[in-house]
Ligand binder design. Structure first.
Ligand code: ANZ
Length: 844
């Protein structure tokens, strides 16, 4: 019947886009201002799902809007195609991870095309292509040359199910991020990237992202880097030549230290124990064994009863020469600070719990009942501030079990007495520095980035292990080191890389001597791949450079980056780190990769997360087949604010389809020709059209996509009203409004919009049509005439906004000169306001 037929429209325009390639980004000679839009690239672990439908819709809306506003827009797509999900799935199905991965990529590509996403398809990358991972290997070697990639043996997080090492970031509450198994510790030699060298810059540069990234993400990154400021303090150890250094955020409490605690799983603890009696040594061994069986969660749980062993060794407090017994206890961690603490039970809760459990002395050195502010007494002059001994008695931590962690004045602390905490910290740090027994220091929670994996489906580490034990880079002209064929390989996880078993692949030569040598069998964490992919999109085909710096200068950093909040730490931190390294290498001229960041909400169902196991998946390809791409896109965009979760139960694809068919219909109904004079059209309709032109760009910049859809619906209804009841389909305002609908609807329903545009007599593509400017004279607000009565008589009329509220209207009326004159000093006893039309004052 010639009605709206989304499936046909869709097929037509997808073909025409594929043939004409209209969304290709402009080249080096394109002088328009540029915008780089990017959605975090997908894993090809199956067909596209509703999360993808949402994510790539949002980036497409932004890309399309910027194109309409005259920018040269880059909106690329690629695949994060190495890694465990693909490998595990491949193992499960007995398939080659490569075949499986690329089949999924093809399926996802087709999915994006049928969803009408305006990607620049000329820049597609897959991280599992040798053409891509070549440059991962190059990057690795660049870091190696700069001392930023190194090997060390250390306890690593080990997933016993996936049989692989996990980065700290991949351990969630002590469990493997991917499979949920409890993570254990294992000692292995691994490759690391020295991200800790960049800790301060990674932290400090977050300030410049404030307002452009979600505050929550910035805060998560801050906590992850976890900078603590304090001092390192050196303690002599009886019977040991070297001192032991502890890190403390409270060096001001040094006089309150009554014992020392070392991490039982540190080399230091073992060494101290070995200098003790047989009895101590066996106690220590037994304790260490129980500690090593614990998970990280158990260990960091502060509510647990304190355990530990006395090592029968003593440390000397550098400030007063006191002998402090040394204990080993699991609440001290081997890999934070120096793996040893000075215990100040009166002012640290963990130390207090321990002291009470093992009956160790507790000495208060900060009087938290004393005012913390006020004049600072001269050192040594003022005695303790606590003049009322009862006060201190009532908060004695030995009795209450509560450590005094608040502000106060120093007591029992020699020359520090009377000082506030802050000043005491400064003073003691100076004293220790002068004496050579301490210094200001910082500690970070951030650890170096463990990048080696004992798995097949990743970038081979481009290093050679020589016969005489050197580890040297594969010469650059021999890159990429390609993965061997997976056929016939046993990929099941064993804790060593499957590559190690491929002897003909492992065999290589020492680049310096030509002697036989071995390759490194490990592959890289896929977060290496994704740490710089946004730069590869700028020079996708280059086989001479990872990316062209001139292109990076033109396009980067990314103007609009969107993805799930699950990447708030890992991926974003690594990309920020690599960007800073590339900056230091002089290859990019910016230090932050993503100028603005949005985390979209999730698509959920019936209030909970969709998952295969729950059997509550809404399938992307089914929705697409039933409703068509445009209805799906409009329904998702209209479902609510970008950052909010969208419950599929509340998403109306049928409502969206009805709206689209109405929009399509108005374009068919327009009877005027393209050369109409807009100014002759219906003013009420023109006002709505021009309000859309005035507001759409700002609303899109604020990612208020749902509001723009609402405005489009309003406009389509208004057009219909004018066609049916007003000046009819020939009214120029109808044409003007229908054209506006097509040009803005393109963001959400590009197929329907193209079809409308053609019906309105234009050449394709509406996707490239420049948006119009609002006519300011049509933006004046609607006004009404309000009447002001005094004691029942009209005394004034006011021209006011139709949207004025009662309070504003009353205030205007009271201030009006004519009203004041009529009142002649009489008091208003009663005011009745009916905005926007009437104000009625009484004076008696
Ligand atoms: C003495 C002291 C007194 C401390 C006091 C605190 C309060 P954050 O803020 O997390 O950096 N510490 C140092 N190294 C440790 C380790 N390897 N394992 C467990 N605890 C460790 O914590 C720094 C504080 O944690 C340090 O300051 C130290 O205890 C402890 F009233 O030193 B404090």
């Amino acid at each position: 019947d010639g009605g709206y037929d989304p499936q046909t429209i869709q097929a037509t325009w997808q073909e025409r886009w594929a043939a004409a390639d209209p969304f290709r980004a402009g080249g080096a000679d394109d002088t328009r201002p540029r915008k780089y839009v990017l959605a975090m690239f997908p894993y090809p672990s199956g067909d596209l799902h509703m999360g993808h439908a949402e994510n790539y819709l949002y980036s497409d809306i932004v890309a399309r809007a910027w194109r309409h506003r005259g920018y040269n827009v880059l909106n690329p797509i690629g695949w994060d195609s190495f890694g465990l999900p693909a490998e595990n799935a491949a193992i499960k199905r007995g398939a080659d991870p490569k075949e499986w991965t690329y089949a999924n990529i093809d399926q996802q590509k087709a999915g994006f095309r049928s969803y009408g996403v305006s990607f620049d398809w000329n820049r597609v990358l897959h991280t599992s292509d040798p053409e891509y991972y070549h440059w991962n290997q190059w990057l690795f070697q660049q870091l190696f040359e700069r001392g930023l990639a190194y090997r060390k043996e250390s306890p690593v997080n080990w997933c016993p199910v996936d049989q692989t090492v996990l980065a700290n970031e991949q351990v969630v509450d002590g469990h493997c991020e991917r499979c949920g198994a409890e993570v254990v510790k294992k000692k292995l030699t691994q490759w690391y990237f020295r991200i800790t060298d960049y800790a301060d810059r990674l932290l400090d540069d977050l300030n410049q992202l404030e307002g452009f990234w979600p505050h929550k993400v910035i805060q998560m990154q801050r906590n992850w880097i976890g900078r603590s400021v304090g001092a390192d303090i050196d303690f002599e150890i009886e019977g040991r030549a070297e001192k032991v250094t502890v890190f403390s955020t409270r060096p001001d409490t040094l006089y309150g230290a009554t014992f020392m605690v070392v991490a039982p799983d540190s080399d230091l603890a073992a060494e101290l124990a070995s200098g003790s009696s047989q009895a101590v040594q066996s106690d220590f061994q037994a304790y260490l064994e129980t500690v090593q069986k614990q998970t990280e969660i158990e260990r960091q749980n502060t509510d647990r009863p304190k355990t530990g062993v006395f090592l029968d060794r003593y440390a000397i407090n550098p400030i007063n020469g006191e002998r402090l017994p040394i204990w080993a206890a699991d609440y001290v961690l081997a890999d934070y600070g120096h793996g040893a603490v000075m215990a100040v039970p009166a002012h640290d809760q963990r130390d207090l719990d321990f002291a009470r459990a093992f009956d160790l002395p507790i000495r208060v050195v900060v009087d938290t009942t004393a005012p913390a502010t006020g004049a600072i007494p001269v050192i040594g002059e003022d005695g303790p501030i606590a003049d009322d001994a009862d006060d201190i008695e009532s908060i004695d931590p030995a009795k209450t079990g509560v450590a005094l962690t608040g502000e106060g004045r120093l007591i029992n602390s020699g020359s520090l007495d009377g000082l506030s905490k802050r000043n005491a910290i400064a003073r003691i740090t100076e004293q220790l520095t002068a004496a050579g027994t301490g210094r200001a220091s910082k500690s970070y929670r951030l650890r170096d980035w463990l990048i080696s994996r004992q798995r097949f489906w990743g970038t081979p580490i481009p290093m050679v292990h020589t016969e005489d034990g050197r580890i040297v880079p594969v010469p650059e002209d021999q890159l990429p080191v390609r993965l061997p064929d997976a056929h016939g390989l046993d990929l099941a996880p064993k804790g060593t890389s499957p590559l190690g078993a491929v002897s003909e692949w492992m065999a290589t030569t020492d680049p310096e001597t030509g002697e036989a040598a071995l390759r490194d069998p490990d592959t890289m964490d896929t977060f290496v791949d994704s740490s710089w992919y946004f730069l590869r999109f700028l020079s996708p085909g280059s086989d001479t450079v990872a990316f062209d710096s001139a292109e990076a200068q033109r396009w980067a950093p990314v103007d609009f980056y969107i993805g799930g909040v699950e990447h708030a730490i890992l991926h974003l931190l690594y990309a920020r780190f690599i960007t800073k390294v590339l900056f230091d290498m002089g290859l990019v001229d910016f230090t932050e990769p993503f100028s603005s960041l949005i985390n979209q909400g999730m698509v959920i169902l019936g209030g909970s997360k969709m998952s295969k196991s729950k059997g509550n998946l809404v399938l992307f390809h089914e929705e697409l087949a039933t409703h068509g791409a445009d209805a799906l896109r409009v329904a998702l965009a209209f479902a609510g604010p970008v950052e909010d979760d969208k419950d599929w139960d509340d998403v109306s694809t049928t409502g969206a389809q009805k709206f689209l068919s109405r929009a399509w219909r108005v374009a068919q109904d327009v009877t005027s020709e393209r050369d109409v004079v807009w100014a002759e059209g219906d003013v009420a309709l023109r006002r709505i059209t021009h309000r859309l032109w005035a507001e759409a760009p700002g609303l899109i910049e604020q990612t208020k996509f749902n509001v723009v859809v609402a405005r489009l619906m309003e406009l389509v209804n208004a057009i219909r009203k004018t066609i049916d009841s007003g000046a009819g389909p020939a009214d120029p305002a109808v044409r003007e409004a229908a054209e506006a609908v097509a040009m803005v609807l393109d963001l959400f329903a590009p197929h329907t919009a193209e079809e409308m545009w053609e019906a309105l007599g234009y050449e394709p593509f509406v996707g490239l049509a420049g948006w119009r400017q609002a006519d300011p004279t049509l933006l004046v607000e609607d006004t009404v005439t309000a009447v002001v009565q005094i004691d029942g008589k009209v005394r004034a009329t006011l021209e006011v906004s139709a949207k004025i509220d009662g309070a504003d209207l009353e205030a205007l009326a009271r201030a009006d000169e004519r009203v004041v004159r009529s009142l002649a000093g009489r008091e208003i006893t009663r005011a009745i306001v009916r905005a926007p039309k009437v104000v009625s004052f009484s004076t008696h």
